[in-house]
Design a protein around this ligand. Sequence first.
Ligand code: IPE
Ligand code: MG
Length: 210
Amino acid sequence: MDGNGRWANRRGLERTEGHSAGEENLARVVRAAVARDIGWLTVFGFSTENWIRPRAEVRHILGLHEKLFGRVAELNENNVRIRWIGRPFDAPEARTPRYVQRAIRRAIADTAENTGMVLTVAFDYGGRAELMDAVRAARADDGQVTPEGIQRHLYDPDLPPVDVLVRTSGERRVSNFMLWQSAGAAIHFADAPWPDYSPADLDAAIALVR
Ligand code: IPE
Ligand code: MG
């Protein structure tokens, strides 16, 4: 969900306001995705590299994740099951505060019965970290490393291969997102910064594969 900062800058607002607008827009995009019968939507909320941002900005983004995982009533109304991928909370380098951990656990439990779209939020997530963790776990479990072993030890092994990868805010490069799962994916480039990413942009992305 890239471009919150640029969106805010262009309006003469604080970066934090861009993040707030981005969180609001996620709710709109989730509704649009549900209306379009999308089965799986996975969004990059916060990366393993984002912790070095200014403290106040990180604190604001953490609060927004608490808010986002707190939208349980809305998720239930839309029959959406929420999940999370990221570094395990007990990993040595993990820094996710308890209140965010709690919000994540509660949202997963309180939407587990829903049967519609699966919304997965990547938080404290890095594609390379995920692969390193999966390779280590596969070797420990199986004594060897195979593609099946790696797949089985991803943060969420149930996530299907990515059909379309969306880059927002005019970025035309791959990021550290779902490196294993997105092999072979179509890529849709949207110029809109994330707070402006629209249902029409989503339609254009879907058109690449439907
Ligand atoms: C994405 O917006 C939000 C997070 C990475 C948490 P950015 O903060 O990266 O916005 P830009 O790239 O500076 O515009
Ligand atoms: Mg960015």
